[in-house]
Structures are given as structure tokens and as C-alpha cells.
Design a protein around this ligand. Structure first.
Ligand SMILES: Cc1cc2nc3c(=O)[nH]c(=O)nc-3n(C[C@H](O)[C@H](O)[C@H](O)COP(=O)(O)O)c2cc1C
Length: 266
């Protein structure tokens, strides 16, 4: 067994996640900071905050939840990667972090039905895998997605990943937890679909793989013609943030989630 001293030393040793080499084991976990511009662009305040974090010595910083489409926003002053106009601001952010010798990942997400908490216009509907009738845990104006809308959201994740790579991110973390859209697809409690779309509750692995599968080719194709191609340190990695147990009956449970983690690893 490692001594306490050895364990502490390990924290300061470099580590690789895929091809991304991180100078130590300190990771700033994904944190929504409520400091983006109202439009979703990176703000001066965020540039300073991330500079301070990287200067402090953390090896990898994960941004807060960043929506891939405006229909996925659930909080004010939240970052967006929903169009190319957001790339330059994020490029400034990644440059600042890299100049301090740290790595940076972006957490891409869609809120799904959780957007209802943000909607001021009560005529607007949020979107979800299914509408859950008489749900004691959730109420608000939302509807179930059409199949073509689901495919569009998968594309949105892919496009946002491509933009993230162009903005200099070292990794993309696909947010599949915390009751947001992908997590809603994973849980039998919130996913009652019986259609033939790619993201269905019957097969959790399919549900989870559809989005990273779309993210991956986007990252690969945006590497073409990139002068950093072949430089292992700057390959963009994909990571997946998974849910644990749902507290309510009929929800997702850890064993299937462990199964999904294993399948994704392969
Ligand atoms: C203010 C705040 C904002 C957070 N924002 C996010 C987020 O955007 N995405 C995410 O996956 N987790 C988010 N989290 C969860 C953290 O990443 C982390 O998993 C959680 O705080 C547990 O870690 P801890 O015990 O070290 O605090 C947030 C937590 C806090 C306190």
C-alpha cells in the first residue's frame, strides 16, 4: 500500500488521459460560474478567473456547463458554443490557460426539460425525451422531442465539439449527468419513448454512444489541415460525465451505468 507521503507525491506527478498529458493530478471539476456575458460569450471576468486558476497550478480545468443550442440553456450568464461566433472568445480563454502550462476541457450540455426553471416566457416549451404525466418531482411547460429534433441536437453536440477544437480545447466533456437532457434519455423514469430514434431508453449504451459518436468525427475532421495534427498533447479527448443512482423509483441505477461506462471505454 502507498504511504501517505507517496500518495501526496502522486498528486504532483504528470498523468495522461488518452493522448492528453496533464502536468499533475489536480483537476478543477466543471463549475458553472454565472460570469459569461448575457449573450453566452466569454467575459473578461472569466478570462481573469481562469488565469488565476491556471496560475495557481491546477493541471486541468473543466469549464462550466456550456450549451450546444439555445434550447438547452437553463441559467443566466451561461456560456454558449452554439455557433461559430463563440470561438474567438474561447480561443482567448484556452490561450491564457495554456500559457500557464495547464490543460482545459469544455463541458458541453443541453438542459432538456430543466430549462423550464429558466423560462420567463411561460408560453415557451422546454424539450425532453418524453412528457412525464403527473410527475411528482417535476412540473412546467415542456414537451417530448420529435425524432428529427433529436437528430438535430446530436448534430449540435458534434458542431459544438468541432468549434471547441478550433478554439484550442484539449478535451470535450459530454455532460450526461445531473438530470439534464442526456441523463433524461438514460433514465427509464424520464424516457418513455418507443420509437426508432438513436437515443432511446431501451438500450442505454446506444443512448449514450450516439452523442459521442457524433462528437468524435467532428473532432477528427477538424484535425485535418491542422498544423498541430500528430502532436499528441493537442489531440482533443472525449470524456463522459455519467449519472449515478436516481433517487426515485423507476429511475436509472448504478449497475447499468457501470455497464455503460465499460461499453464506452471499449
Ligand atoms: C457552484 C457550483 C457549480 C457547479 N457547476 C457544475 C457544472 O457546470 N457541471 C458539472 O458537471 N458539475 C458542476 N458542479 C459540480 C462540481 O463539478 C462537483 O462535481 C461537485 O461540486 C462535487 O465535488 P466537490 O465535493 O469537490 O465539491 C458544480 C458545483 C458547484 C458547487
Amino acid at each position: 500500500m502507498l504511504s501517505k507521503e507517496d500518495t501526496m507525491n502522486t498528486l504532483f506527478e504528470p498523468v495522461k488521459i488518452g493522448t492528453m498529458e496533464i502536468k499533475n493530478r489536480f483537476v478543477r471539476s466543471a463549475t458553472y460560474d454565472g460570469s459569461a456575458k448575457r449573450s453566452g460569450h466569454v467575459s473578461e471576468r472569466q478570462l481573469q478567473m481562469f488565469d488565476t486558476l491556471a496560475h495557481g497550478g491546477v493541471g486541468l480545468i473543466v469549464t462550466g456547463i456550456t450549451y450546444v443550442d439555445p434550447s438547452g440553456q437553463n441559467l443566466p450568464f451561461q456560456n454558449s458554443m452554439a455557433s461559430d461566433e463563440y470561438i474567438p472568445g474561447f480561443k482567448k480563454l484556452t490561450d491564457i490557460v495554456h500559457n500557464r502550462g495547464a490543460k482545459i476541457a469544455i463541458q458541453l450540455f443541453h438542459a432538456g426539460r430543466e430549462r423550464v426553471r429558466f423560462l420567463k416566457d411561460k408560453t415557451e416549451e422546454a424539450i425532453a425525451p418524453s412528457f412525464v404525466k403527473d410527475d411528482p418531482y417535476f412540473s412546467g411547460n415542456y414537451r417530448s422531442l420529435e425524432e428529427d429534433e433529436i437528430r438535430q441536437i446530436i448534430e449540435n453536440f458534434g458542431d459544438a465539439a468541432r468549434r471547441s477544437r478550433e478554439a484550442g480545447f484539449d478535451a470535450v466533456q459530454v455532460h450526461g449527468a445531473h438530470g439534464f437532457l442526456l441523463s433524461q434519455f438514460l433514465s427509464p423514469y424520464t424516457n418513455h419513448r418507443e420509437d426508432d430514434c438513436d437515443l432511446r431508453g431501451g438500450d442505454q449504451t446506444d443512448a449514450l454512444q450516439a452523442t459521442p459518436n457524433r462528437v468524435d468525427p467532428q473532432l477528427s475532421s477538424s484535425r485535418e489541415g491542422d498544423e498541430r495534427q500528430g502532436d499528441a498533447v493537442h489531440e482533443t479527448e472525449i470524456d463522459h460525465d455519467l449519472p449515478g443512482d436516481d433517487p426515485q423509483g423507476g429511475g436509472a441505477h448504478q449497475n447499468p451505468d457501470h455497464q455503460v461506462s465499460g461499453d464506452l471505454r471499449e
